[in-house]
Ligand binder design. Structure first.
Ligand SMILES: Nc1ncnc2c1ncn2[C@@H]1O[C@H](COP(=O)(O)OP(=O)(O)O)[C@@H](O)[C@H]1O
Ligand SMILES: [Mg+2]
Length: 305
């Protein structure tokens, strides 16, 4: 068994002259919550459709759960919540799940067991007999998630699962994703919402205009810490010595010194050293990079290029 839930190499989708996805190469580990982040029209939905075998790529290949693209055995272990799900609104929640269970060819006993469990997982156990037409948008999204989980998938694709939901609805979807993490299900989450991805994902790939820009891990220890430093006497020798602690040492017009430390551990080291050298330390402020900073940096870099 491979360690990857998904490996894509050079996937491309061309619609006539329009390149929807230009060269998608990425890997998702088993059990990982993976964010696919980009503005509307970036190529996220087209990428998911290629990975699910719903549309064939113009070029490239991929392996899902160790099987080639479009393989039926792999598809039987995958779940999908589409961006615009069409619900059978005359059915009750339980009937809707039962219909989809039959589409998955689940045996009657298996459906009887799974449906109440899934309704509980998405917090709709009290609504089993409520017709979907009476459901709010958030409830529909949660029953859609339950549908995507019927076959106990090892890999699930969620296309903008929280768009159009209010904060409470988003929170409930996020809770379900956290439960999936506990079950060891790999999640491929499409979103144009930075905060959404930041709060749920282990790793994020940024995509824009069909191009993968960069992949970042959200759990790795912070690698570079920009800091602002203010001491009593910022002399030229001090500035030179600070070069041993970090990069990009400059003094701003207000006298503050800016530099970038290689990691967080360098912060107390620098503070201790400054004091031991007799400097009066007024300020040593780390500026953590948020995902938004990184996003602007990555996307900004590209738009200048
Ligand atoms: N069937 C299609 N025919 C022509 N162009 C398409 C088709 N599907 C998507 N596109 C175009 O490909 C680009 C990527 O679309 P999409 O994958 O839906 O982006 P996202 O999901 O990131 O919003 C868009 O410019 C869109 O207009
Ligand atoms: Mg989309």
């Amino acid at each position: 068994m491979t360690d990857f839930a998904l490996e894509a190499v050079g996937l491309r989708k061309q619609f006539g002259p329009k390149t929807a996805v230009s060269n998608l190469t990425l890997q998702v580990k088993r059990g990982e919550i993976f964010g696919f982040l980009g503005p509307n029209g970036a190529g996220k939905t087209t990428s998911i459709k290629m990975l699910l075998g719903l549309t064939s790529p113009t070029a490239g290949h991929a392996t899902l759960l160790g099987r080639p693209l479009g393989d039926r055995h792999a598809r039987a272990k995958m779940g999908f919540l589409p961006e615009h799900f069409r619900f059978h609104e005359w059915l009750t929640a339980a009937e809707f799940l039962d219909l989809h269970g039959r589409l998955y060819r689940m045996a009657p006993e298996a459906r009887r067991k799974a449906i109440p469990e899934l309704l509980a997982l998405v917090g709709l156990q009290e609504r089993a007999d409520t017709p979907l037409r009476a459901f709010s948008k958030g409830m529909l999204q949660r029953i859609g998630l339950a549908q995507a989980l019927l076959n106990d998938p090892e890999l699930i694709f969620l296309d903008e699962p929280t768009s159009g939901l209010d904060p409470l609805g988003r929170r409930l979807v996020r809770d379900v994703i956290n439960q999936l993490r506990q079950r060891g299900t790999a999640v491929f989450l499409n979103s144009h919402l930075l905060s959404e991805v930041e709060q749920t994902c282990d790793r994020v790939t940024f995509i824009r205009q069909g191009e993968v820009l960069e992949t970042v891990s959200l759990h790795e220890p912070v690698t570079a810490v920009p800091v602002i430093l203010r001491v009593g006497q910022p002399t030229p020798p001090l500035l030179a010595e600070l070069g041993a602690f970090g990069d990009g040492v400059v003094q701003a017009a207000d006298g503050r010194i800016h530099l970038t430390l290689p990691n967080e551990a360098a912060l107390p080291q620098l503070a201790t050293w400054l004091v031991s050298q007799g400097h009066t330390l007024y300020e040593l402020t780390p500026k953590a990079m948020t995902l938004e900073d990184r996003f602007l940096q990555i996307v900004g870099d590209q738009s200048e290029g």
